[in-house]
Design a protein. Structure first.
Length: 364
């Protein structure tokens, strides 16, 4: 077997094991929840549906962090950790879609929209949107609870006070802080000092996305396998800029991506009012009139397709899109340089390099 085949097979086995772990975990909880009432089945179904797909980026970062620190291939501990990360990711997606008023996720209705549609199809009383949001908040909270349960199932390596537990706890707290900074910037950004918009947007992507997408999962795997502090610092030097490049690419796709590949409507981030680094650069580099137009129309409930096209034009012609691509390249280069400095066996190093390449150049 070639090295490439070994990598492909090992990674596929891990992804399949995480899927099996999630199925087993949710099946056992389904029995408990159904015992309360069969009316709860749609909540469990929405969670199962959300954790079935996805790229498994966080679980894979955790796995190769584990393997790079000397962990055994396919060990139960890292499979359970991967499942816990996927459940946390599902919770974050459910809540993020509510916050962003996003009706779609991966080409289908978002969880709160599914519950609104359930309300409408059943002819229930009161407001369908309010019901959908409330049900989705509870589904997200349940995912958070399940994530904690799964992580605890790892055992002593994830016990209170362990390095893995500290990383897991910090990851969850930082995401909530980043989410708040994100919604704060949406409402306060138009009246705040425009000169600090890029810096604020970079802080948001770091804590809302970059750290929990790549840095913390990689370090978590390393900590579970007993990696040294030096190794975990090296992991962070690689994974943090990679996570920032990942989110910047996501921001570009949120404005210019093809709906057929992203699973989101064209210009969705503009309709949601996201004040990303891409938008902050446009506000900084556009003419005063163009910046005023972005401030006035970004996130407006009656944003038209023409408005979307105009904001796209301003972003491109101001140089903001090019500047963002330069940033993605710089973060990617920093990640690759840090990866080469890591003292890892060739298999995990190659796997991390391929994950980095897919992350920086992705189209969805």
């Amino acid at each position: 077997m070639t090295a490439a085949e070994q990598l492909r097979n090992e990674q596929a086995d891990f992804v399949a094991a995480v899927a099996g772990e999630l199925t087993g975990f949710l099946t056992s909880r389904q029995g408990i929840m159904s015992g309360i009432s069969s009316d709860i089945d749609p909540i469990m179904g929405s969670i199962s549906n959300l954790v079935t797909g996805g790229k498994r980026l966080r679980a894979l970062m955790c796995y190769w962090g584990w393997r790079g620190a000397g962990g055994e291939a396919g060990a139960a501990e890292v499979v359970t950790a991967g499942a816990a990360l996927e459940l946390f990711q599902a919770a974050a997606l459910i809540h993020d879609d509510i916050i962003d008023r996003s009706d779609t996720r991966r080409g289908g209705p978002s969880v709160h929209r599914r519950f609104s549609q359930l309300h409408e199809s059943q002819g229930w009383a009161l407001d369908s949107e309010r019901f959908g949001q409330a049900a989705a908040i509870l589904a997200g909270d349940l995912c958070l609870s399940f994530s904690e349960e799964a992580f605890t199932d790892i055992g002593d390596r994830a016990a209170s006070g362990s390095r893995a537990r500290l990383i897991f706890n910090l990851m969850r707290a930082e995401v909530m802080a980043g989410q708040y900074l994100d919604i704060l910037e949406e409402v306060a950004g138009p009246v705040r000092d425009r000169a600090g918009a890029v810096s604020r947007a970079q802080s948001i992507i770091r804590f809302k996305s970059a750290k929990y997408s790549t840095e913390h999962p990689l370090a978590l795997g390393g900590a579970l396998a007993g990696g040294t502090n030096d190794l975990l610092r090296g992991y962070s030097a690689f994974a943090l800029p990679l996570g920032e490049a990942f989110q910047l690419r996501d921001d570009v796709l949120g404005v210019f991506g093809d709906p057929l590949t992203t699973g989101k409507p064209a210009g969705d981030d503009l309709r949601e009012g996201k004040r990303t680094v891409l938008v902050a650069l446009a506000l900084d580099q556009a003419t005063p009139a163009e910046s005023e137009f972005i401030d006035a129309r970004l996130g407006s409930p009656d944003l038209t397709d023409g408005d979307v096209q105009e904001i796209r034009r301003i972003i491109e012609e101001s140089g903001a899109l090019q500047a963002t691509e330069v940033l993605i390249g710089e973060y990617g280069a920093a990640a690759y340089e840090a990866l080469e400095a890591l003292d890892l066996d060739e298999l995990p190093k190659t796997a991390l390099r391929r994950l980095a390449e897919a992350t920086v150049s992705r189209a969805s």
